[in-house]
Design a protein around this ligand. Structure first.
Ligand SMILES: [Zn+2]
Length: 471
């Protein structure tokens, strides 16, 4: 009855060698304050900004990837406001002519994507305020979605897909925890008549989970408020991770007047006249995009959609899986088996260890493990043990399996004899099997393994039993 409407505003720092308008280093990992600064990003009088080509290229690649319209003409604007973290007294941003308009990602329509500079970082402690200008002037992407997101899950899916896209494009690391990607959600709930409600802005969302939970919480809070006859007020709220609830931060006093006007110190961008920024050049330079990769995995190896999505969810996983596929010489069945192992067993091992270490795991060795399983030299139990050792210590899976006595007997004649002996003894189970009882087959396999002294592969035994009984 109450329909939520959610729009997201995402800021992401772009990965470039230098800052947006000067040659100070763009190094988000610098821990010493005020190291990466210069007269330009400190706004000394008489200094002039210069546009960072790399940042513009990142933006055009992002815009092309999401199917947005790249502006023929773009320019920067001054956004005036006074705050200690903004040394010039204005931020160079984009207003009327953003680089990208429109586009779509994870089913969510995008309004615009523009380029601006990040602010400095201020810390308030012990009655003092400290400002670190390392971050001032770092290229920052701002992406605004249409207010069309219906629920928290869709918002979370969108945010994860955006992070993956930025990482795939090499445009940014986009870690929410480090503030490299910042998400604000505008949430409103329409009333029973369908009239749009007052929107509330939620900030300080520094994980995907907090994005989802804060939205879900706000929808509940606003709905309950309306139902009890109350009114939603326009305000900015924060997210309290410990209490798992949003809290009031400040009321929005109308829309601030930023006195936008075109930045006179920067040239206009006539993008279509710059060869390296032509749509064809940008498109040709794009890597395989996350959704293309997922579709390729699903199609080429007949993977389940969810499994393909899991493999593509981080670049490390996808890179590892691609390396395994290459090592398996593109044999479809084995690659599908490898996918299955990564999604289930390897994921389980990594979950227990608390981190994924694909970079340390040798793709060739993993591929060999898969080959041993597929050729039935390893049972699923033996494979599990071998995998654990492979992850912990590395090495050759065949040598590991041999050392731990996990290699299965492949002496077909010996196994067949064992099966024959079992079938001759277990007449009752054989009858039951013939009567269609599947449980009887499992029982016979168990007996067969005992007869083979544990060296028999259940799958091979199953085949042999069926063969023998089929005669
Ligand atoms: Zn600088």
């Amino acid at each position: 009855m109450y329909r939520p409407t959610i729009g997201l505003e995402v800021h992401a720092e772009l990965k470039t060698r230098t800052k947006m308008f000067c040659d100070s280093r763009n190094d988000p990992d610098e821990t010493r304050p005020n190291i990466n600064v210069c007269p330009v990003c400190m706004a000394h009088p008489g200094t002039l900004p210069v546009i960072n080509r790399e940042a513009v290229r990142h933006m055009l690649r992002i815009g092309t990837a999401i199917g947005g319209t790249i502006a023929d003409f773009s320019e920067f604007d001054r956004k005036s406001y006074f705050y200690p973290d903004i040394p010039k007294g204005y931020q160079i941003s984009q207003y009327k002519h953003p680089l990208i308009v429109g586009g779509e990602l994870a089913g969510v329509a995008i309004t615009r994507v523009h380029l601006e500079e990040d602010t400095a970082r201020s810390t308030h402690a012990g009655g003092k305020s400290l400002v670190d200008f390392n971050r001032a002037g770092i290229p920052l992407m701002e992406l605004v979605t249409e207010p069309m997101i219906p629920d928290a899950e869709t918002a979370g899916r969108f945010a994860r897909e955006l992070q993956l896209l930025l990482r795939t494009l090499g445009a940014g690391k986009a870690n929410l925890e480090k503030g490299e990607m910042r998400i604000e959600a505008n949430i409103s709930v329409s009333d029973k008549e369908g009239v749009y409600g007052t929107k509330v802005e939620v900030k300080n969302l520094n994980s995907f989970r907090s994005v989802e939970r804060a939205i879900a919480y706000e929808i509940k809070r606003q709905t309950a408020l309306i139902e009890s006859g109350g009114k939603v007020v326009q305000e900015t709220r924060g997210w309290n991770e410990a209490k798992q609830e949003t809290f009031h931060q400040r009321f929005k006093e109308g829309s601030a007047d930023y006195r936008y006007f075109p930045e006179p110190d920067l040239p206009k961008l006539y993008l279509k006249d710059i060869p390296e920024f032509s749509p064809e050049t940008i498109r040709a330079g794009l890597p395989e995009l996350p959704w293309e990769r997922r579709a390729r995995y699903a199609k080429a190896y007949a993977l389940k959609e969810a499994d393909a999505a899991y493999l593509c969810a981080t670049t490390e996983r996808a890179t590892f899986f691609d390396a395994v596929a290459t090592a398996l010489k593109n044999k479809k069945k084995r690659i599908a088996l490898a996918a299955n192992y990564i999604v289930s067993d390897l994921a389980g091992v990594y979950a227990k260890r608390g981190s994924e270490e694909y970079a340390q795991l040798n793709a060739g060795a993993f591929a060999k493990l898969i080959t041993l399983i597929d050729s039935r030299h390893l049972s699923s139990r033996g494979a599990k043990d071998t995998l654990l050792i492979l992850v912990e210590k590395g090495g050759d899976p065949e040598a590991i399996a041999k050392e731990h006595g996990l290699i299965q007997s492949h002496d077909a004649e010996a196994l067949r004899d064992a099966v024959k002996r079992v079938l001759a003894l277990e007449t009752k189970a054989v009858e039951e099997y013939r009567a269609g009882k599947e449980a009887a087959l499992q029982y016979l396999i168990g007996k067969g393994m005992k007869a083979a002294k544990g060296a028999g592969n259940p799958a091979i035994l199953k085949d042999l039993i069926r063969e023998e009984l089929g005669k």
